[in-house]
Design a protein around this ligand. Sequence first.
Ligand code: ATP
Ligand code: MG
Length: 332
Amino acid sequence: MTKTITVFKGDGIGPEITDAVLKILDKAGADLNYEIFNVGAKEYETNGKLIPDEAFASFDKNKVLLKSPITTPIGKGFRSLNVTLRKKYDLYANIRPAKSNNAVKTAFKDVDLIVFRENTEDLYVGVEEQIDENTVHATKIITRHASERIIKDAFEYAKAHNRKKVTCVHKANILKMSDGLFLNIFYDIAKNYPEIEANDKIVDNTCMQLVMNPQQFDIMVMPNLYGDIVSDLTSGLIGGLGLLPSSNLGKDYAMFEAVHGSAPDIAGKHIANPTALLWSACMMLEYLGQNDVASKIRNAVDEVLNEGTTLTPDLHGTATTEAYCDAIIAKL
Ligand code: ATP
Ligand code: MG
């Protein structure tokens, strides 16, 4: 039976890259129906809600969401929409694979790592308190429950995909209690996977090591905020944010999105790279068991990247989003 999924179109470059991706999915023969919603800042201005009730209801029902970037209006007291979605649907595992593509020129070769970012707690959820006029406290929350499930997922993934090593990233030398708990749980769980190497690195050293010797990393697991920062770094290793996809998985729901934001600086210029969202859609197809369609798309993208004649400006080309999209379709 054809699967119905929910699509959020978002802000900035969101609508352009969503259109490109849906066109490619269609031409590749993805067995999908779509319920498409405008969400975000523009939707708020016209209809008074960042995410309309019908959009939530659609995701509630379909349980699979392809989401383009959304701008959270600053300074109006809004909670980040990403945080809202991740919390509401308990999408606790944010999985961000960074793999070098020979066709993309970067300073780094043979990077093939996956960041498992805890997605529901830590400083990133933004629990802040004004103590007095000159003092603000932000709360870092680390729980056994949330840590256990993301660390377990990282090891289970490593086992299922024949990966050799899982690295825990932390700052437990300073945050002895919070990151200390995360690190202790990591080594407890590692005992159940004797065939997989387990090690840990402090987050600052990790950043240095990632640019000195990124090939040493395989699966990486870390609390939310480090995951946010480190994964932008890993996108730089493989050619930039335009190439970093992600899945956000929970027990009942799954959301697929590019790691990048809405890129207002290039919105409407038809130069956004849709690959990160397209590869996120491929992760979605694989999640739904449509692996053949996913590989077909992945191969077509590889061909276009390899030819190197129709690339978007972030990859040093001159093609528009639409021309790049058509080049992929021609290879399908
Ligand atoms: P957020 O807070 O949502 O993470 P951000 O401020 O980190 O957003 P992004 O929107 O991720 O910013 O963009 C960072 C930079 O990368 C911008 O200069 C943007 O133009 C560029 N960029 C992001 N995504 C793409 C893309 N798909 N194609 C080309 N350039 C991109
Ligand atoms: Mg960012």
